[in-house]
Design a protein around this ligand. Structure first.
Ligand code: A2P
Length: 280
């Protein structure tokens, strides 16, 4: 298992299991247990996913000691006016008295107020690391200028079509590590895994295009949280730490960047509307 060290020295596994849409009582639990069996120890959920309880139950059932797990959840932006009750619910749902990482899911509503709550929980030791998600550089810089404890993670979409090269410079300048969600393009861009460059490099390393796409991100020191419901693909996505891409291969993959997020930029009004209209 490889880790990255967060700014507060907390160790965070570099490959984690994303649970967005993992919500089926039976299949979802099975998938999480398969992930544990494959070796994943970081599990990423969110209040908005509606599956914290399921994640909590599966992790309890797995029998892995709590201290070996790294559990992340995200505050729902619709609770930012009064985040404490829902946050307390997250502890209950996830069957734990501390969380490893809690982040602001979207930079909407009164996220400054919600972030202060996270700072309080962090100071009390109830949350080991705090951070944000979907923050574009301008929002992140502004939050840093107005908060006491700098975010320790910004979780954003990163994949070969959305490489964020310019944005990464800002996050680096401010010392905020990036965590990559949708490293395989969310399933809505099947052509991503059919890129000739990925297929060629995959053959050279006896790996799959998905493993190359994930390795490309991990090799930049960026943790990833791929998600899959399929047992073999769950294993496959974890098995990316025993080889390295050459500099030439890294450069070839860099050329595939379309600078196009699939989930959308948080500054896009359509994204804001969609999230407010969503029933959750
Ligand atoms: P499935 O659950 O059937 O495996 P992302 O993590 O980028 O959001 O991508 C998740 C999507 O990619 C899901 O649709 C998932 O489908 C699919 N997926 C996950 N792992 C792999 C893989 N190793 N090869 C191909 N598709 C994958």
């Amino acid at each position: 298992m490889e880790y990255i060290i967060l700014p507060n020295n907390l160790k965070m596994p570099i490959v984690g299991y994303g649970t967005y849409k993992v919500s089926d009582e039976v299949e979802g639990k099975k998938a999480i247990l398969n992930a544990v069996k494959a070796g994943y120890r970081l599990f990423d959920t969110a209040q908005q996913y509606g599956n914290e309880k399921l994640v909590g139950e599966a992790l309890a059932e797995s029998g892995v000691p709590r201290e070996e797990l790294f559990i992340t959840t995200k505050l729902h932006f619709k609770t930012f006016d009064n985040p404490v009750p829902k946050l307390e619910e997250s502890f209950k749902n996830l069957q734990t008295d501390y969380l490893d990482l809690v982040i602001i899911h979207w930079p909407y509503g009164d996220y400054y107020k919600a972030y202060k709550v996270l700072e309080d929980y962090y100071k009390k030791g109830k949350i080991k690391a705090i951070g944000v998600s979907n923050f574009d550089p301008a929002r992140l810089v502004d939050l840093i200028k107005n908060c006491e404890i700098k975010p320790m993670v910004n979780q954003i979409e990163v994949n070969i079509y959305c490489q964020r090269k310019e944005e990464l410079k800002w996050y680096k300048k401010y010392g905020v590590p990036v965590e990559a969600y949708s490293p395989l393009g969310h399933g809505s861009q099947p052509e991503l895994l059919q890129e000739k460059t990925l297929i060629r490099i995959a053959k050279a390393h006896d790996k799959t295009p998905a493993q190359i796409a994930i390795r490309y991100i991990v090799q930049q020191g960026i943790p990833v949280i791929p998600k899959s419901g399929n047992e073999n693909r769950i294993k496959e996505n974890f098995d990316v730490l025993d080889f390295s891409l050459t500099e030439e291969e890294m450069n070839d993959i860099a050329l595939l960047d379309k600078k196009a997020p699939i989930v959308g930029r948080s500054e896009d009004p359509f994204v804001v509307e969609r999230l407010y209209d969503k029933k959750d």
